[in-house]
Ligand binder design. Structure first.
Ligand SMILES: Cc1ncc(COP(=O)(O)O)c(C=O)c1O
Length: 440
């Protein structure tokens, strides 16, 4: 037999699983999760944790929600999957119609894929080919410092420079980057920084001596993995105004911000802007199944309406528009309607919590909708690899919380099922945690 072991040996990590985002040597044994319900997950050793970050930002309505589970079960007994070229099915059509109704303006053509990274790949490819289809050569994308758009090659290319992608640098296509004008509560320099970035963008887009720009890609209002860095609605409006005036495409990556996270159903809705392409995943199925969409505006789609095979978008995945995923997403959208008071009011609770933080121990408190974040003051360099992050990770479990800090940044992005009691436990546990680790 090869090394097909059946379980963990000597209490260490499983011998056959290669875990993501994990340094292998010296890794801590992953905690085995045996169940979840509402905002809690249950561990094999009997402990339960409040999931303060909706796992990897996916569980909108809490774990194992029966409404979604039942919708998947019903769909599985009808049609689990079918090829989506030359064939179609009701869940995919209903979901596309529902999304186009929920999204602003003419964002109405839904292209299915599997996860956040693929939704970004699709957006980049559509944007690039859009210009080819209208007989223009536009070889450059603009993106933001500190961005994270996923782990596939296109998504890595438009992501910010990072130690995670450094080893692949020579394989990534070249992208021009702009500073991200992040802000926080009590910061009065945001307007000036935004104006500088927008002016830089305007000048770049107007410069005909440089390669033409196919599109600008941004995580609207919140840069997630880059440290929960937040910008104002005004900046997003400025970005739309300038890209529109210059006639280039705006791609909004709402993989994380979609489905209520910013306090409105979508960040673009909160800011009152309509991008040319939008990427959605994570919360799309309420955290049940991997599914993603890239939704194109009418203008973009029309450039592909042709009998010419060279104008066809030759892209697709085996599990494109998986009916189970679509059924889960439709059920999740139904719950989202009911959850609107929860996600639109969460910002006020977060804001009151941020006021309770000791400014001697923390800095840059910030909040946008259901996402709150702050940085723990540290004697280290700060950022993703600051060791205060490890100290936080170790102690969160003792507080009964699932929190995964981004270096010295602690953030919340809880499911909308969070009860008042769980919310208080999350805040109180975090205040204790900060007092214990700050300055380490
Ligand atoms: C804004 C954004 N885009 C894309 C991705 C990639 O999504 P996935 O991990 O599902 O590929 C992420 C993941 O964190 C994200 O936050």
């Amino acid at each position: 037999m090869s090394g097909a072991a059946t379980g963990p040996t000597g209490g260490g990590p499983h011998p056959n699983v290669w875990f993501p985002f994990t340094t292998i040597a010296g890794m801590a044994t992953p905690l085995k999760v045996v169940g979840g319900r509402g905002s809690r997950i249950f561990l094999e050793d009997g402990r339960s944790l409040i999931d303060c970050i909706s796992s990897w930002w996916v569980n909108l309505h809490g774990h194992a929600h029966p409404h979604i589970a039942e919708a998947i079960g019903r769909q599985a007994l009808e049609l689990e999957h079918v090829i989506f070229a030359g064939f179609t099915h009701e869940p995919a059509e209903r979901l596309a119609a529902a999304l186009s109704l929920a999204l602003p303006g003419t964002l109405e053509r839904v292209f299915y894929s599997d996860d956040g990274s693929t939704s970004v790949e699709v957006a980049l490819k559509i944007a690039y080919q859009y210009w080819a289809n209208v007989d223009e050569r536009r070889p450059v994308f603009l993106a933001f410092d500190g961005a994270y758009h996923g782990d596939t090659f296109g998504a890595m290319s438009v992501g910010g420079e990072s130690p995670f992608t450094g080893v692949f640098d020579e394989l990534l296509f070249s992208v021009e980057r702009l500073p991200f004008p992040d802000t926080w509560i009590g910061d009065d320099g945001a307007e000036g920084r935004e104006a500088e970035v927008l002016e830089r963008l305007r000048t770049r887009l107007a410069d005909d001596s440089l390669p033409a720009v196919a599109g600008v890609i941004a995580e609207p209002l919140i840069q997630g993995a880059g440290g929960m860095r937040m910008c104002r609605d005004d900046f997003l409006r400025g970005l739309r105004r300038i890209t529109e005036e210059a006639g280039t495409l705006l791609i909004l990556d709402e993989v994380m911000t979609g489905f209520g996270r910013t306090g409105a159903r979508f960040a673009c809705e909160r800011a009152g802007v309509e991008p040319d392409l939008i990427c959605l995943s994570k919360g799309l199925t309420g955290g049940f199944l991997p599914l993603a969409v890239t939704v194109a505006s009418r203008r973009v789609y029309e450039a592909f309406v042709s009998g010419d095979a060279m104008k066809t978008f030759w892209h697709g995945h085996s599990y494109t528009a998986n009916p189970l995923g679509c059924a889960a997403a439709l059920a999740s959208l139904e719950l989202l309607g009911e959850a609107e008071p929860v996600f639109s009011n969460m910002e006020a609770h977060h804001r009151a919590f941020l006021d309770r933080l000791d400014p001697k121990l923390t800095e840059r408190p910030r909040v946008t909708g259901t996402v709150a974040a702050f940085d723990v003051r540290t004697e280290g360099a700060g950022g993703y690899f600051d060791r205060v992050g490890d100290a936080i990770k170790r102690r969160t479990l003792d507080k009964g919380l699932l929190i995964r800090p981004l270096g010295n940044t602690i953030y919340f992005m809880p499911p909308y099922s969070l009860t008042e009691e769980e919310r208080e436990a999350m805040y109180a546990g975090t205040l204790e945690l900060v007092a214990e680790v700050a300055g380490s």
